[in-house]
Design a protein around this ligand. Structure first.
Ligand code: AQP
Length: 332
């Protein structure tokens, strides 16, 4: 079976709808067809300041949400990045293979450091895509299910895998992005030109899955649309309505064409009221399941311990090969 790997940050406290529709939903679907490795990337989270106790709690919270979303530890390997030290170890090797200019071209770093101010952005934030390269290559992943914003980082991963293989001999699988066109980019509800994001969105534009369902319904109802009245998908002319149709279609399985037909002649309000209900039906059991996992931290920790053990077996083998190829003297 082909292998997939992906990760999600524990920082936000709650996943947002973009994380779920753009990535996590695909993770759940790929569990049966692929040998799947999924992780909570706490080492990536510390590229920006974290309160230690909160980071620990958020790491468990992220794992609980992944399980609530449908990851099954019997069908995939779920672990915490820092539990597998090989990530940081291969990350260093990859740092030494990456050009400074090459790393400087990563648009996500440019955006985030511009937002934080260049004096406050850390070197960790700068090199985080390179740690991500190590995350993926350690597992010899064939595909990486992510949202559109990660495409450039997967390209970097491919470049570095090829560079390493070219210089030291075949070692790493060159991975491909797995990005579903429909949900590659979920947009901010208030500013449908920008992606929904935990750091750039305003609270009204961002749907956190663990928020009060009532608050979520309200956000959908006050989503920005346009001055036209027709409900149809047109990402350029009608980005707000199109975003709502994408969300609706993905959560219910109804196609966009079916939805356009269903709402023919109806007002935006009707679409929003129905979508608000769809959202409430989705987030209510998600919240309950997440809480159930949080209420049983021993089970949660044991799932993560088993996951880390499985992950380490694969990661240690790849790291040993990479170290050997590079010429590092094995410890006796
Ligand atoms: N708006 C989105 N649409 C589709 N996919 C998205 N992802 C994030 N936002 C969207 C995907 O979610 C996965 C995990 O995200 P993450 O939080 O670990 O990474 P991120 O890109 O830092 O998430 P944010 O909210 O966008 O954070 P900031 O604001 O800090 O940049 C990834 O696969 C991502 O593509």
């Amino acid at each position: 079976r082909p292998r997939v790997l992906s990760g999600i940050q524990p920082t936000a406290g709650s996943f947002h709808l973009g994380n779920y529709l753009g990535a996590v939903r695909q993770w759940v679907a790929l569990q049966d067809s692929h040998d799947a490795f999924y992780m909570v990337v706490d080492l990536h989270a510390i590229t920006v300041p974290q309160e230690p106790a909160e980071l620990r709690a958020n790491t468990r919270l992220a794992a609980a949400q992944l399980l609530a979303a449908g990851l099954d530890p019997d069908r995939c390997t779920l672990f915490v990045q820092s539990h597998v030290p090989e990530h940081a170890q291969l990350g260093w090797v990859m740092n030494c293979l990456t050009g400074f200019g090459e790393a400087s071209r990563m648009t996500q770093f440019k955006d985030k450091s511009a937002r934080q101010g260049s004096d406050r952005a850390t070197v960790g934030l700068f090199t985080y895509p390179i740690l991500q390269v190590a995350d993926i290559l350690l597992y010899q992943a064939h595909q990486v299910p992510v949202g559109e914003d990660q495409r450039q980082h997967i390209e970097l991963t491919r470049d570095l895998a090829e560079r390493f293989n070219g210089r030291f001999g075949d070692t790493f699988t060159v991975p491909a992005p797995y990005i579903l066109k429909e949900t590659a980019k979920i947009f901010d509800l208030q500013e449908p030109a920008i992606k929904m994001s935990k750091s750039a969105s305003t609270p009204k534009g961002l749907i956190n899955l663990l928020d009060e369902p009532k608050a979520t319904a309200k956000k959908i109802k006050s989503a920005v649309t346009d001055t036209d009245t027709v409900i149809r998908y047109d990402a350029v002319e009608k980005p707000g309505v199109s975003n709502l149709l994408t969300i609706y279609s993905t959560l219910t399985g109804e196609t966009i064409a079916e939805l356009e037909k269903k709402y023919e002649g109806k007002m935006y309000g009707a679409l929003k009221t129905d979508l608000a209900e769809v959202m409430v039906e989705f987030v209510t059991p998600f919240r309950t399941r997440t809480q159930e996992y949080l209420d049983d931290p021993e089970t949660l920790d044991s799932i993560l311990a088993k996951g880390a053990e499985k992950a380490r077996t694969v990661a240690a083998e790849t790291l040993a090969q990479a170290y050997e190829k590079v010429g590092l003297l094995p410890a006796k």
